[in-house]
Design a protein around this ligand. Structure first.
Ligand SMILES: NC(=O)C1=CN([C@@H]2O[C@H](COP(=O)(O)OP(=O)(O)OC[C@H]3O[C@@H](n4cnc5c(N)ncnc54)[C@H](O)[C@@H]3O)[C@@H](O)[C@H]2O)C=CC1
Ligand SMILES: CC(C)CC(=O)C(=O)O
Ligand SMILES: [Mg+2]
Length: 362
């Protein structure tokens, strides 16, 4: 059956990296008969400049009408002076919320070819395969009230609210335990239950959900310790489940264990499995327009799309293998470059993945 994919490139390197992922989708269409139609829409700063809002109605309608969404990244210095309520990042939070994409899966997998690019010693990191399950539509990024107010003494006070309903905690925990059942059967729930009542509730609800999954071993860890353990002994983790903000921070940290933030894909799923797929990084204004961004996180996000939204595990595996092939060939964008390797541009990396995809045996 024909699948519609919305392509939302966004800002900064967004257009460079999504162009490479689109090449991959086109190759899947041409060589494996994947019946796809792609349609582009505006989001973020690009949308704000064109329409005055970071999430135009047309874009939301396109996303709602699509089977999956591929997103690049949003934001950048051009829009930093804008009121936070219309910043490009609001467009991203808005689409996640409108589509109810509460489950954000961020796999931190170290390709063996990049062991030397990791920030950690080979023996600490080789074989790394962690799944970070981040709650994506609640927590402090969405909680009300929020804002900046003026106190009686004239001083200003900024405030945000960290709030989670039991139902929101239960459904993300269920996602994490279900994924753990298909992997190493270990879940580590990361919270700050020693200080924050909301995460005390988080811990209680996760304990309740654990009873539905007796084969899965559950542990709890405070977020400060989790950050430390991630860079001390990351292979102790199998599935990590955590809140929106903690997951945001810990996944950037985990990315460096895999060699670069340019290597980490993600899937953001609703209850039905509909998904938005995006690299975990941002719009990287410092390297935008230079053709040096690593497109592999976005390309690997396509593999997640094939697996989670299209139920096509075979081409997903083929694509992941193709990424391994280009790394075997020694091709490296600057973020993962090491001496003796061949430095390539964003476009050359995308082309090489397409070629490897076509030539990789089943
Ligand atoms: N999902 C999204 O759209 C996200 C958007 N942002 C936005 O992006 C803008 C920049 O944010 P930053 O904090 O600088 O984070 P960032 O993730 O854009 O960049 C952090 C560092 O990583 C590098 N980097 C990121 N992606 C890379 C890639 N594919 N290849 C090679 N190097 C890469 C950048 O060059 C930079 O040095 C901000 O406006 C921020 O709000 C940030 C994170 C996520
Ligand atoms: C707008 C931000 C919450 C995006 C981000 O940093 C992320 O989702 O990782
Ligand atoms: Mg982030």
């Amino acid at each position: 059956m024909r699948k519609k994919v919305a392509i939302l490139a966004g800002d900064g390197i967004g257009s460079e990296i999504t162009a490479e992922a689109v090449k991959v989708l086109a190759a899947l269409q041409e060589h494996w008969g994947l019946d796809l139609v792609m349609e582009s829409g505006l989001i973020g700063g690009a949308a704000y400049d064109a329409t005055g809002t970071p999430l135009p109605d047309d874009t939301l309608a396109l996303a709602q009408d699509s089977d999956a969404i591929l997103l690049g990244a949003v934001g950048g210095p051009k829009w930093e002076t804008l009121d936070i309520s219309v910043r490009p990042e609001k467009g991203l939070l808005g689409i996640r919320s409108a589509l109810k994409l509460f489950a954000n899966l961020r796999p931190a997998i170290l390709y063996p070819q990049l062991v030397g690019a990791s920030t950690l010693k080979p023996e600490v990191v080789s074989g790394l395969d962690i799944m970070i399950v981040r709650e994506l539509t609640g927590g402090i990024y969405f909680g009300q009230p929020r804002g900046v107010r003026c106190l009686e003494n004239g001083e200003r006070e900024g405030f945000n609210t960290l709030v989670y309903k039991e139902s929101e905690i239960r459904r993300i925990a269920q996602v994490a335990f279900t994924i753990a059942m298909k992997r190493g059967r270990r879940v580590c729930s990361v919270d700050k239950a020693n200080v924050l009542e909301v995460t005390e509730l988080w811990r209680e609800v996760v304990n309740e959900v654990a009873k539905e999954f007796p084969e899965v071993e559950l542990s709890h860890m405070y977020v400060d310790n989790a950050a430390m353990q991630l860079v001390r002994a990351p292979k102790q983790f199998d599935v990590v489940v955590t809140t929106n903000m903690f997951g945001d921070i810990l996944s950037d940290c985990a990315a460096m264990l895999t060699g670069s933030i340019g290597m980490l894909p993600s899937a953001s799923l609703d209850q039905s499995g509909k998904g938005m797929y995006e690299p975990i990084h941002g719009s990287a204004p410092d390297i935008a327009g230079q053709g040096i961004a690593n497109p592999l996180a976005t390309i690997l996000s396509v593999a997640m799309m094939l697996r989670y939204s299209f139920n096509e595990p075979a081409p997903a595996t083929r694509l992941e293998k193709a990424v391994g092939t280009v790394l075997d060939q020694g091709l490296r964008t600057p973020d993962i470059y090491s001496p003796g390797m061949s430095q390539v541009s964003t476009g050359a990396m995308g082309d090489a993945v397409v070629e490897a995809l076509i030539n990789t045996p089943d």
